[in-house]
Design a protein around this ligand. Structure first.
Ligand code: ZN
Length: 294
């Protein structure tokens, strides 16, 4: 079954619920980036957050970028998602030489630092939110971000469960938000529900569907599923885009590259797709820049 996001409300519309199952997304990222176990977990969690937060956007052409910058050995992660379920991302370091036998906690790999969220909502300037990392485990950091930056009481869960060979067995997460002025009894019921729910990935691994897990979680709060949407790892890079990037690096650097008389290979950061540019290709880019300078 493909990965998907489930959108629902509960507690008479006072609770917004977004839940996702993302094994394919996290495993595709692991395969593309050849990540070691702790990096697979960190990237899978942030990609899941991207799926969820992409699906929360109101307009089809919006984009959201989540950037983690840490002082740990992983250094950082970047994830971009659109409102149509397309998510892509990469780690700054793909292999921390950790193993399944001696796992490194995600918080240790990331360390202290900051979470940046950029929302491109079609205005000239993107919305930029920022909060410090409070745990480095990512779910808590996002919960804190929502409280600090957007003043929305939110519960975030993100999880990636690995097989013994380091491939992704299960991945998923949820974002649950309270609307302003939610009744106290709804808040209490939600807190009680969240307190005794085991991890989402564990429940998925027992063969339960996302719907069944969420219905069980909200059994006292009458869950209403509004819709489900497919989500996937998808990169929109193209030769045209890479050419545009080369155009913007500046004449001096291009002239240097041309004088080397060697083909250059550029890999997309997100999906590792290779793009080859011959000296002749580079020369035609340079010609175009010079023409534009008039
Ligand atoms: Zn790409």
């Amino acid at each position: 079954m493909p990965d998907y996001v489930l959108k629902a409300t509960a507690g008479n519309g006072q609770i917004r619920v977004f839940a996702a199952t993302t094994q394919g997304l996290a495993e595709t990222a692991r395969r593309l980036h050849q990540t070691s176990p702790v990096v697979t977990q960190a990237l899978g969690r942030l990609l899941t957050a991207g799926s969820l937060m992409g699906s929360m956007m109101k307009n089809a052409d919006e984009l959201i970028t989540l950037k983690i910058a840490g002082d740990g050995p992983l250094s950082g992660l970047l994830v971009t998602a659109d409102a149509k379920g397309n998510v892509k991302g990469y780690p700054y370091v793909n292999d921390l030489h950790d193993t399944m036998e001696s796992p490194l906690p995600v918080s240790e790999a990331i360390g202290g630092g900051a979470l940046n969220i950029m929302k491109d909502i079609g205005l000239k300037e993107p919305y930029v939110g920022y909060s410090p990392l409070i745990s480095g485990e990512l779910a808590e950091d996002l919960t804190y971000y929502y409280a600090q930056s957007e003043q929305i009481p939110t519960s975030v869960s993100l999880g990636v469960l690995l097989n013994n060979d380091g491939t992704v067995r299960q991945a998923g997460g949820f974002i649950i938000q309270l609307m302003p002025d939610t009744d106290d009894e709804v808040i209490d019921a939600l807190e009680a529900a969240l307190a005794d729910t085991p991890s989402l990935t564990k429940l998925l691994d027992e063969g339960k569907s996302l719907e069944a897990i969420m219905e069980d979680l909200f059994r006292n709060l009458s869950l209403k599923v509004n819709k489900t949407e497919i989500t996937r790892f998808s990169c929109d890079c193209s030769r045209q885009r890479i050419t545009k990037a080369l155009t913007s690096i500046g004449k001096e650097d291009l002239i240097d590259m041309i004088s080397d008389q060697e083909d250059i290979e550029i890999n997309c950061d997100f999906c590792k797709e290779k793009y080859l540019f011959s000296t002749a290709d580079l020369e035609s880019i340079l010609t175009r820049i010079e023409e534009n300078e008039g």
